[in-house]
Design a protein around this ligand. Structure first.
Ligand code: AMP
Ligand code: ZN
Length: 433
């Protein structure tokens, strides 16, 4: 497959990246000082005193709480009249945050998304269906304008309504989709119910992302649909999708360092982790006009993939997101991430497309119950067979997690699923007290 660069920036030398970052960081600081939040926060900091991207460590961090406290206009560097778009984070807890974009910001963002799509072999002749929610979520319009920029015939299908999605996929012989992984799993079931095999669709590429998922889920999607699936990472605060994306090597996501400075910090000490260690991804925007963010704490956990990528791109790669600092479950003193559970479940052939982790409390003791959908062909009447399977799953989970969750097998399609990002964990611990 041709993986020619969409922009020459993709192949800059490391020295060139460092000097571009330094220059853009200085410009960003100058600009940021026009916003109410940073005019205060950056007082006394001279942008010219920063001589390398590493000097960013001397600057203060920015958190989601800051965004909330200065909602809705407190981060704008220009009058709101110069803004042409607003998006919001999908977070369900707490008060909202809003991200605003100038016309130039939107153009830069579309370039980045087009670059990502080009990298995995999407071309202007492709017919592209975007199955993610339009509206405040950036996965709709963000990907949409990138696909149009690349020259794809772009179908803004939006989320949900699986029957109509399938009809569009068939009628227009769609070759590329953007789809949330949990929805890709669900859609495969609906496709089968219509008597079709997902592999019969003429799809060749799936862009999957927006929510944490394991390598096992990627492989299932690739096998079911007979596509190559590429991980797409982004967050509203950094524009949305287009921040980091897998290349054809599928070994980590190139994070575009001409547009962002990345740091990986120990979330407790806020010091950089050793190279290759897991930590919290912290990012600074380098070409955002309307609402630059400096050292923004994403709460996403990842690590650097060591070494150069054979694809020739020089921008460093991050590993798939292992979890968020705020979705770690502490059970009986053991730290557990939902993705550890997913990894085990999706490696078991009898397990179907969906699962749910329920946290419960009886007395002072917390328990974890894992509800697991079982493929139809295995959901037999014979209790002994089901019990055996339940025990097998419980054993595998215990080996990985070091605690013993209760396992509950449920029928295919019986677990709730919403159209957006999957909610894997239901915490009942407070409500039972
Ligand atoms: P939002 O800004 O509402 O779209 O949410 C952004 C968050 O979604 C990120 O901070 C991550 O926690 C999560 N996310 C986005 N893309 C991915 C991905 N490819 N893998 C794992 N998590 C992701
Ligand atoms: Zn690469």
């Amino acid at each position: 497959m041709s993986t020619e660069f969409f922009h020459p920036e993709e192949g800059l030398s490391r020295e060139e990246i460092a000097s571009l970052q330094t220059q853009r960081l200085r410009e960003t600081l100058e600009r940021a000082k026009h916003s109410p939040f940073y005019s205060e926060r950056l007082q006394g900091i001279d942008p010219e005193s920063l001589n390398s991207p590493e000097d960013i460590r001397h600057l203060p961090l920015t958190s989601k709480e800051d965004l909330r406290a200065f909602y809705p206009w407190g981060f704008l560097t220009e009058p709101v009249e110069n803004m042409v778009r607003l998006h919001a984070s999908s977070g369900t807890t707490g008060s909202p945050i809003a991200i605003l974009y100038t016309r130039q910001d939107l153009a830069n963002w579309a370039e980045l998304v087009a670059r990502c799509m080009n990298m995995v072999g999407v071309r202007s002749g492709d017919i592209f269906q975007n199955l993610s929610g339009y509206g405040l979520f950036t996965g709709g319009l963000g990907i949409h304008y990138g696909a149009e920029r690349l020259g794809c015939l772009t179908i803004p299908a939006g989320a949900g309504n699986s029957k109509r999605q399938i009809k569009l996929l068939q009628d227009f012989r769609v070759s590329v989709v953007h789809i949330i992984p949990s929805y890709a799993m669900h859609l495969s079931t609906v496709i089968r119910e219509t008597g079709m095999d997902p592999a019969d669709l003429p799809l060749r590429i799936a862009l999957i992302g927006a929510e944490p998922h394991t390598e096992e889920i990627r492989q299932r999607i690739e096998e079911m649909y007979k596509v190559s699936a590429y991980n797409s990472y982004g967050l509203s605060e950094m524009n949305g999708p287009g921040v980091a994306f897998e290349c054809p090597e599928q070994k980590g996501m190139h994070l575009w360092e001409d547009s962002y400075i990345m740091e990986i910090l120990d979330p407790r000490t806020l010091e950089p982790v050793e190279e290759g260690e897991y930590g919290e991804l912290v990012m600074t925007t380098l070409n955002r006009e309307g609402m630059p963010l400096i050292r923004y704490r994403t709460k996403d956990l990842t690590r650097l993939v060591p070494g150069a990528c054979p694809c020739g791109r020089t921008h460093r790669r991050i590993e798939r997101i292992a979890g968020r600092t705020d979705d770690m479950i502490i059970l009986k003193g053991v730290n557990i991430y939902p993705m550890q559970v997913e990894k085990i479940l999706m490696g078991i052939p009898e397990v179907g497309q969906n699962y749910q982790i329920v946290l419960e409390r009886s007395g002072y003791i917390d328990h974890m119950r894992v509800r697991v959908e079982i493929k139809d062909e295995y959901f037999v009447e014979d209790m002994r067979v089901l019990k055996g399977l339940e025990q097998k799953i419980a054993r595998s989970l215990r080996e990985e997690l070091l605690v013993s969750p209760r396992v509950e097998l449920v029928e295919h399609r019986s677990l709730p699923r919403n159209e957006g990002k999957a909610e894997r964990v239901v915490d009942m611990r407070q409500s039972e007290n």
